[in-house]
Design a protein around this ligand. Structure first.
Ligand code: 8YV
Length: 314
């Protein structure tokens, strides 16, 4: 009986992970339960399996009286009310580390694709326009000034990659990070005004909501390119579209959006904008590693061992 499952899955998980959890702990899928079944399942569940895009409010958590762990298939937990969970002694785990390389790779991909207009160049070829003349000249990346907002694991992995492109790297964060060979900017506006490329890698959540607003975009300037692989909430999308319309920034490469899976149509078809469907961590190898880490955290929990990657509040 699924309503007696120890794990409730309340978001998309890779089928292989859901199957493993079901075989070892029994898993109930919230989406597939009716109201009465949900109530019983919530009463019995000890683990809630969610993902990086999940919105898990205090009210939702309150339905689960026996809950002990919220296991997040993702590094970001801005959608989870961690404070409410911790207040009830419910642990939260996420998947840091295993997706760092892929997200940093994607940031570099978007940086190159946007600056060199690779997507528009493909459309140009497909439209048969090459025979009528060469493609437009684009913006040089190597040796350029790169600003990184949020110098955590992913920001640092991007910096290492950008070093290989001889980029001059500076960053901002809550405070300077000891031992890093990059210049620290005291705030995002200063950083934006000093660089050609700005990559957003900060946590999501209320503290960073609309951090990139019209003022930051103006500081980035008409030659500046914005890349966001963090959370859509960090960028004021309306201000971004206005800046692209006005030409006050040069372009944007975005893997995340304010209201996913909705991508504003105003961002489509622009030569200087590249949009991708929140896929930075979505490689076969990394999704497998993320799934294994979720499973190992749940298994550690049920066998009374220390959690592998518990979340501590920001
Ligand atoms: C998602 C992410 O979790 O790790 C994160 O924070 O945003 C992604 O890896 C993934 O798409 C699963 O929903």
């Amino acid at each position: 009986d699924k309503t007696e499952a120890r794990v409730v899955k309340a978001a998309f998980l890779p089928p292989a992970l859901a199957k493993r959890l079901d075989e070892t702990c029994t898993l109930a899928d919230w989406e597939l339960l009716d109201e009465a079944e949900r109530q019983t399942a919530a009463e019995n569940a000890r683990v809630l399996a969610v993902n990086g895009e999940s919105v898990i409010t205090a009210e939702f958590i309150a339905q689960f009286p026996k809950l002990e762990l919220i296991a997040d298939f993702g590094v970001g937990y801005d959608g989870i009310d961690v404070a409410a969970a911790h207040a009830r002694g419910i642990a939260v785990t996420n998947t840091p580390g295993v997706l760092t390389d892929d997200v940093a790779d994607m940031a570099m991909g978007l940086l190159l694709a946007t600056s060199r207009q690779i997507v528009e160049a493909q459309r140009f070829v497909e439209r048969g326009e090459w025979a009528k003349g060469g493609f437009t000249w684009t913006k040089k990346v190597s040796g350029g000034k790169l600003g990184i907002a949020g110098m955590g694991r992913i920001g640092q992995a991007i910096a290492r990659r950008a070093s290989g492109f001889d980029m001059v790297i500076s960053y901002t964060d809550r405070q300077p990070i000891a031992g890093l060979p990059y210049a620290f900017a005291a705030d995002l506006k200063t950083l934006a005004s000093e660089v050609d490329f700005l990559i957003i890698c900060v946590n999501g959540g209320e503290k960073t909501r609309a951090l990139v607003d019209a003022e930051i975009l103006t500081a980035l300037g008409a030659d500046g390119i914005l890349i966001n692989i963090a959370r859509g909430t960090v960028v004021d999308e309306t201000a971004l579209i206005a800046a692209l319309d006005a030409g006050t920034i040069a372009g944007a490469g975005l893997d995340v959006f304010e209201r996913e899976p909705e991508v504003p149509a105003a961002l489509y078809g622009r030569p200087n904008v590249v949009v991708t469907p929140h896929m930075a961590s979505a490689t076969h190898a990394t999704r497998k590693a993320m799934g294994d880490l979720v499973f190992d955290n749940v298994a550690a929990h049920f066998s009374g061992e220390a959690l592998i990657t518990p979340v501590t509040p920001y």
